[in-house]
Design a protein around this ligand. Structure first.
Ligand code: ADP
Ligand code: MG
Length: 456
């Protein structure tokens, strides 16, 4: 039945269908659930957005019932749909043979069937992580925490967005699992921890919640702890979870976009716990690291890329690995649709659009970070009460740049800068506006920071 429906879907655009379904395997159709296996997330997203609606419609017509689709990610697709040409029946593999990850389907709630590790992206391994000076410490500490080397407990990984924190945490989970299959690994985001906690409270299931995070847990990995800002009750609960695990000598790894001391509205006792192990930060990757990341990603995704193009991409996108990868993937998708090679000419023309998009994506955090890098300050200095000349000047410049580049109101900026009054922000912005015109050194500072913020 699947074959008949798929053949109809294929008829609409056979070449594109074959290209994408080369990375998809049909795993079975039972009880109104169609299971598909995708080589990677990229293929899954594409097929899900471009083919699945029609495929579902065809299946409905063929079978008379509405079908739901569920996905499994698996880098080793043994029997891709396209190679079977849909003429001969597609051989199916038992579902549990080697599923690495079951992702939420387009219309089926996240289900985990036969998986070994919940919510872990199989691509985020140590092998796929490029090490450079910017992330060396974080990488070494992560590896040690996973392999029973010198352990730091807790390990606190911090750094800007898209720099590899989640990747490292998933790599830890996979390595621990490979070395100690019986270890109970609990990976969660602070947001999910919060939601689970609230659900536990609502349904009088706190025992279950506590047992999950305390007793039935040998390694706790908590992503994006900054989410707990201002959530007093969840922080309290997390504090006890932390202590229970720490006392039992269970490894705890926490990630954050800020240093512990810079976390906002976080209880002091938690901050001091976070800082009590090893705090390893991840900085923006250097050019060489970015080139290596682009090349590695291209190999993983099967994208042909020459050195000049890799260099150009790495030079153009400096602030964030996620964006670097995203751009490469977009280019590859576009090239495969238009039949153009990912060469310099193509990349140059495409990047103009991507970069325009990026400028709009700047956030207060990005600007604060760039300003602090320039003046060698910590981001917490900008939100602090410190009135020293350099700090106050940097703060004013940051406020000015935020006002220029972002659509923020004065009161919003006041809040983003440690709860200052909007009139303070207003006068700071005016002051810098004037100084930028009158004072060459001020202009020099601002332009240097703008270059940092600009992508090229
Ligand atoms: P964060 O959690 O810090 O926001 P992620 O871990 O989600 O960032 O990383 C964003 C993307 O960049 C992911 O696809 C990840 O695989 C990739 N990435 C980041 N750093 C590296 C690296 N050093 N080597 C390879 N890929 C990386
Ligand atoms: Mg992350």
């Amino acid at each position: 039945m699947f074959e008949a429906a798929a053949a109809r879907t294929r008829d609409r655009s056979p070449a594109t269908f074959d290209q994408w379904f080369a990375g998809v395997q049909f795993d079975g159709l039972a009880d109104g659930v169609l299971t598909l296996r995708a080589q990677n997330e990229f293929v899954m997203d594409w097929v899900r957005n471009n083919f699945v609606p029609d495929l579902k419609e065809q299946l409905r017509q063929v079978s008379g019932v509405a079908v739901r689709v569920t996905w499994i990610l698996d880098p080793d697709i043994a029997h891709p749909v396209a190679s079977a040409r849909l003429a001969t029946p597609v051989r199916t593999r038992p579902m549990s043979s080697r599923p690495l990850l079951v992702r939420s389907a387009d219309d089926v709630p996240m289900s985990v069937r036969g998986t070994t590790l919940e919510d872990i992206n199989p691509r985020f391994t140590f092998a796929n992580f490029i090490v450079g000076p910017s992330n060396q410490l974080a990488h070494a500490a992560a590896l040690a925490s996973a392999t029973g080397g010198r352990r730091y407990n807790p390990l606190f990984l911090c750094g800007g967005t898209g720099l590899g924190k989640t990747h490292l945490v998933h790599a830890i989970a996979q390595r621990v699992h490979a070395e100690r299959p019986s270890a109970r690994i609990r990976y969660t985001s602070a947001e999910r921890f919060t939601n689970d906690f609230i659900t536990g409270l609502q349904h009088q299931k706190m025992d279950e919640f506590r047992s999950r995070y305390r007793e039935q847990c040998d390694v706790l990995l908590v992503d994006d702890i900054q989410f707990l800002a201002g959530r007093v009750q969840t922080q309290e609960e997390f504090f006890h979870t932390f202590n229970a695990l720490h006392n039992a000598d269970k490894q705890i790894v926490v990630t954050s976009d800020k240093y512990p001391q810079a976390l906002e509205r976080m209880e002091e006792r938690l901050v001091s716990r976070f800082a009590s192990g090893l705090v390893a930060d991840i900085q923006l990757p250097e050019l060489e690291t970015r080139i290596a990341i682009v090349r590695n990603k291209a190999v993983l995704e099967g994208i042909a890329l020459d050195d000049e193009v890799a260099l150009h991409l790495a030079q153009a996108i400096r602030s964030n690995v996620r964006e670097l990868e995203g751009t490469l993937i977009r280019l590859a998708a576009k090239s495969s649709l238009t039949g153009r090679a990912v060469d310099m000419e193509f990349v140059r023309s495409e990047l103009t659009t991507a970069l325009a998009h990026r400028t709009q994506m700047l956030s207060v955090d990005d600007i604060q970070r760039a300003v602090c890098q320039h003046f060698h300050l910590r981001t917490s200095d900008l939100t602090s009460k410190d009135r020293h000349k350099t700090v106050a000047f940097a703060r004013h410049v940051a406020m000015y740049l935020c006002k220029q580049r972002l659509k923020c109101s004065f009161p919003e900026l006041g809040r983003a800068f440690g709860g200052r009054d909007h009139t303070t922000v207003m006068s700071a912005v005016r002051k810098i506006e004037t100084q930028r015109i009158d004072d060459v050194s001020v202009r020099g500072h601002i332009e240097a920071i703008e270059r940092k913020l600009a992508v090229e």
